[in-house]
Write a protein that binds this ligand. Sequence first.
Ligand code: KIV
Ligand code: ZN
Length: 524
Amino acid sequence: MTSTDKNRVVIFDTTLRDGEQSPGATMTHDQKLEIAELLDEMGVDIIEAGFPIASPGDFEAVSEISRRAKSAVICGLARAQYGDIDRAWEAIKHAKRPRIHTFIGTSPFHRDMHSLDRDGMAARIHDTVSHARNLCDNVQWSPMDATRTEHDYLRRVVEIAIKAGATTINIPDTVGYTAPAESADLIRMLISEVPGAQDVIFATHCHNDLGMATANSLAAVDGGARQIECTINGLGERAGNTALEEVVMAMKVRKDIMPYITGIDTTKIMAASRLVAQVSGFAVQFNKAIVGKNAFLHESGIHQDGVLKNAETFEIMRPEDIGLNTSNIVMGKHSGRAALRAKLKELGFDLADNQLNDVFVRFKDLADRKKEVYDDDLVALMRDQPGDETLERIRVKFLRVICGTEAPQSADLTLEVDGKDHQTTATGDGPVDAVFNAVKALFPHDARLQLYQVHAVTEGTDAQATVSVRMEEDGRIATGQSSDTDTVVASAKAYVNALNRLLVRRTKSDPDADVKTVSYKDAG
Ligand code: KIV
Ligand code: ZN
């Protein structure tokens, strides 16, 4: 092994599996393909494309991503059960470079839950890893909740998995419990004490419950791990997973103390972040490291002055390193198609001619209503693309609201439902409530509104507002988003968008096998 190989850290992206399991982050088949294509293009080494046994939809997405991937390894997740492993193999076997990832919870909590004693679980690990290895020569094994598993038992089961043929051993901090020094020590201990450890790659998989996922992952690399499992924007259950952009940029910026290299083209980070935020409906917090809206903004006079004289005074990385364009050339109603295409390309959206035509019409409409159209406006416009007609049963056709100091506020709304127009007028406690009541009157449903959030895209009274809505129905959660210079219109569209996503989930061919029902947390 050369010294460069020794320092190469493999990036394993699980946005489409662990990220998608985050409540409300449901993605459609086409959206998953689009994300996988971008991950492959940006140099992600391994894409965990899904959990094939979880639902027919997951199976189809993993199969299609496997067929299309150009260079990334495509990985399918499987519990420690033959049926899961066979199904994962069926989905990934078309990939140029397939990998089966099988796992079982090894901590006392999980052994109790599965009513398995130490020996019983060890036998199960031996059998299932051997089964996976008979199908595929690239097998990853994970002792879920490794950071709360007794060290002597962890050493034992890791050795069994290596002997049974695992080629990567992943050490998950499933509940985000560990801390940096402990994370490094654990990997170091396993590599030095488990027979055969030198022949496999150790991976780290951290959750962010205590806000330490990035630090824990980098510490694990210091301890000898050479694969980091992560997601774009840190998307994931609860407080999320390690954020890809954070670990990759930390290793790039602090090469002096972390002399590791990855294969990631960091100039694609912003495009990936925008795409995942759009598709998942999970907006990126403004002060999020690397990809937050404010990450490169300098507000105070002293900082602005310093950055203008020499960017390095206050900037440890350049915006263009992550594909963020700071020129912010303002577009307006006189800008033409070519300028729009060039601008969108800079922002990471490479459009075919027919797509450009549609966006151009909406751009002109926005430019008529708004003097200056900024980069963030264009990103919001792209997010607000009309979706696949088969998935959009409901559309907002017309809306007029009456609001002001005198109650009741009312909404006159026309919705197109399954191709037919329906009209009603409803009142409510404020214009947004009136609109939501009108939607309910036209399309009765029991879904509960869990979250309603409004963000101004740029400054000024003519700024667009991005509205996010999260809804829940029978344990299924869906998030919708929309942007408009009219906040109430954006609210109506975001609500309808969330409702459409819920309907897709409701009509999945096998609702019992939904990913939220067959969760990896139930691994047995
Ligand atoms: O957090 C976790 O333990 C997981 C495993 C399935 C690797 O996501
Ligand atoms: Zn996880």
